[in-house]
Design a binder for this molecule. Structure first.
Ligand code: NAD
Ligand code: MG
Length: 372
């Protein structure tokens, strides 16, 4: 039983998963101190040239080690260090990457390595999808969010002034290397934001995993390596399974937006950057659970369990008071995108998703109950 051994082992062997997407299949390796393994990364670098894309926060921490791994294997390394921040996920940064690749005469066998969180992963993936019509890339995600969410599924891209993630491509990496040791430098707020997506995976797909998170939330918050590794493994398995069935978001993949309709409204309503995405999703899941309970889909105990777990992860459970009218308006944005009524991802029961319309009076009751 992997859950049990993850709870008891102080050291553990790396975990290997395969994301099954036909000829675009690729491995995810999860473990502690993987950046000390001399061949794990280089195994996935076919040519001689590598460009590592990172930022000025993660680069000083981990770039020298990654560089050494590659150089010891005889690779020629180009470093591209961007400024840190979501506001850098732009066309301008993308061009900076292309400027360096072209100036350094990187050919189409050059592998791009994304070293950082979701911002670096998304941008580097999109650069890899477009440079010379596509070059290989490897992800080394260094935030919990990127290890459990953004590095799985092949969505890459950048922001446009008129919308987040509006420019991009589906493009799968050669491999993902998730090193739990890198999480030890991650600020607690960023760790909690990643835990929101972990809890989401349990809540919509896997009740036993939800139970496990509940039993191990203290260890996760304390960055216990084996507990983190199991939470990453199970999250990647769950997300990979959904993506395998619906790579291009035709339908099923929408269930991964549990908590996100409310969460996006919070992010938008307060202005992006006030709450982290994961914080808004954490609170959004509490609201979705409240709504699920009002519809009779889950009992009060399940709603309370989810709320307590989100709180124990260090995430907010009380929503900001934007005014009911503004709340509805913000949630309509998702509706416009869909071209119909707002579709809510709810749970029925805890551990299973349900996509449905919701009567407005119940929605207003949830807003009244969750907002302060
Ligand atoms: P992020 O990349 O901005 O990282 C958060 C912060 O942590 C940054 O300041 C970063 O420099 C810092 N950091 C990263 N690793 C660190 C480490 N090991 N130690 C110390 N600091 C570290 O944010 P994120 O939460 O990782 O990712 C958010 C992005 O991911 C958003 O742009 C979002 O749109 C995207 N995303 C994409 C997908 C997808 O499917 N592609 C899914 C979810 C989110
Ligand atoms: Mg999310």
């Amino acid at each position: 039983d992997p859950a049990k051994s993850a709870m008891t082992a102080s050291t553990f062997a790396p975990i290997a998963l395969q994301v099954e997407l036909g000829e675009r299949s690729y491995p995810i390796t999860i473990g502690h101190d993987l950046l000390s393994n001399p061949e794990l990364l280089t195994r996935h670098v076919g040519g001689k040239r590598v460009a590592v894309v990172t930022n000025d926060k993660v680069g000083p921490l981990y770039l020298p080690r990654v560089r050494k791994l590659l150089e010891d294997a005889g690779k020629q390394v180009t470093e591209i260090v961007l400024p840190d921040g979501e506001e850098q996920k732009t066309w301008t940064s993308l061009m900076k990457v292309f400027d360096v690749l072209l100036a350094e005469k990187c050919d189409r066998k050059t592998t791009l390595v994304a070293l950082g969180g979701g911002v670096i992963g998304d941008l580097t993936g999109y650069a890899a999808a477009s440079y010379m019509r596509g070059v290989p890339f490897v992800q080394i995600p260094t935030t919990l969010l990127s290890q459990v969410d953004s590095s799985v599924g092949g969505k890459t891209g950048i922001n446009h002034p008129l919308g987040k993630n509006m420019i991009g491509a589906f493009y799968q990496p050669q491999a993902v290397i998730a090193d739990t040791a890198t999480l030890h430098t991650l600020p607690p707020r960023e760790l909690a934001a990643g835990l929101a997506e972990v809890i989401k995976h349990g809540a919509i797909i896997d009740a036993p995993f939800f139970d496990w998170i509940e039993a191990n939330i203290g260890k996760l918050v304390a960055k216990d390596n084996a507990a983190l590794a199991y939470s990453i493994q199970r999250s990647c398995e769950i997300k990979a399974d959904v993506v395998r069935q619906d790579e291009r978001e035709g339908g099923l993949r929408a269930i991964l937006n549990f908590g996100h309709t409310f969460g996006h409204a919070i992010e938008n309503g307060l202005g992006y950057g006030q709450w982290l995405h994961g914080e808004a999703v954490g609170c959004g899941m509490v609201m979705a659970a409240d709504l699920s309970h009002r519809l009779g889909y889950i009992d009060a105990a399940s709603k309370d369990r989810l709320t307590a777990l989100v709180k124990a992860a260090g995430l907010p459970v009380v929503a900001p008071d934007l005014g009911a009218e503004r709340w509805l308006e913000l949630m309509e944005v998702d509706k416009k995108n869909e071209g119909g009524a707002i579709k809510f991802i709810l749970i029925k029961p805890l551990g299973q998703p349900l996509i449905t319309n919701v009567p407005q009076d119940l929605l207003l009751q949830t807003l009244a109950a969750c907002v302060r």
